[in-house]
Design a protein around this ligand. Structure first.
Ligand SMILES: *[C@@H]1O[C@H](CO)[C@@H](O)[C@H](O)[C@H]1NC(C)=O
Length: 309
């Protein structure tokens, strides 16, 4: 047995090194998503590998579990999903998985956006896809190199959910509405539009309820009481968007993807004249989009183009 002499000079050092060791371990051990979620960087993905659902029901399940039907925001995330599926065994090697990309405009089969509000323009369509305005949902197709195809939303498939590794993550639900600071009202304003509008105005938070978007600072929500996520379960053009009694608040630090141009934003259904953050390469800039000026310019290019034809 080791006798510890309380008067020795070694004893305090023992305690200090024990504390330091514990701290170092805490820092070195990366956080992981709890099972059955899989960890990739600061994101958790869950594969519903035994549960065929329609798009809306799949989204409801993901939402109840604290996430969204998955967005895939870059090729690294796509690569992680492929590798994970390939590790799941041969019975799942060639199946199709629903992801959180949907056609928001029923008349335009190129008008897709992510359910979780991301503006990522990463796409991995098969060469012939999307090919139908009636197929408004998206499958990652294991029988076709994990490329994407559009699909009728009422058809069932396995599905993939996504949430942030951080407990609170990119969105939370609050009871009541904040004071109308920077409020942007527009019939059917989408979550994506609200997030990009507030980002362009330099706010760290965006709150949405149907037809309204609040650009907020942390102080603005101090008085609000956090509520259960499902209480914010209202629809804003298929995106989750609060309701009359509850507001969904999105933390913009979790939305690192930005559009590259006003055209990219217009592809996502945005049309409100405002300042937006766009990024080409690593360089972010503020850009006025959809103003009369911008419109005139794009009209002019349009005319020039038709002139050349
Ligand atoms: C937003 O997220 C960042 C990163 O996790 C966090 O530091 C910050 O406190 C969050 N802001 C609010 C108001 O929740």
């Amino acid at each position: 047995m080791i006798r510890i002499d309380l008067h020795s000079k070694v004893f305090p050092w023992l305690i200090i090194s024990a504390v330091l060791l514990t701290l170092a371990e805490g820092a070195a051990k990366p956080k992981r998503c709890e099972s059955p979620w899989r960890t990739f960087r600061s994101v958790c993905f869950m594969f519903a590998d035994n549960n065929h659902q329609k798009f809306e029901d799949a989204q409801t399940i993901c939402y109840k579990k604290g996430g969204f039907l998955a967005s895939i925001r870059n090729s690294q995330e796509q690569g992680f999903l492929i590798k994970t599926i390939q590790g799941m065994g041969s019975s799942l090697a060639r199946v199709r998985w629903l992801i959180g990309l949907y056609q928001y405009d029923e008349t335009d089969n190129r008008a897709y956006r992510w359910l979780d509000g991301s503006v990522s323009s990463f796409r991995n369509w098969m060469p012939t896809q999307p090919n139908s305005v009636y197929e408004r949902c998206t499958l990652l197709d294991g029988s076709n190199g994990y490329k994407w195809r559009d699909e009728i939303c009422s058809n069932r498939a396995l599905f993939i959910c996504r949430k942030d590794l951080e407990k609170d993550g990119s969105m939370s639900c609050f009871k009541g509405h904040p004071p109308p600071q920077q409020i942007f009202e527009k019939k059917g304003v989408s979550v994506t539009e609200c997030l990009e509008h507030c980002r362009g105005q330099g706010f760290p938070l965006a709150g949405s309820v149907p037809d309204k978007c609040f650009c907020l600072k942390p102080d603005n929500i101090n008085a609000l009481k956090e509520a259960e996520r499902h209480e914010c379960n209202g629809h804003c053009q298929n995106q989750h968007c609060g309701n009359n009694n509850f507001i969904t608040i999105y933390n913009l630090t979790y939305y690192t993807d930005t559009a590259e141009s006003c055209e990219d934003l217009s592809q996502l259904g945005l049309s409100n004249p405002s300042t937006y953050v766009t990024k080409s390469g690593e360089e972010e800039k503020l850009q006025n989009c959809f103003s009369d000026d911008g419109e005139r310019k794009s009209l002019k290019t349009h005319r020039d183009n038709s002139f050349n034809r």
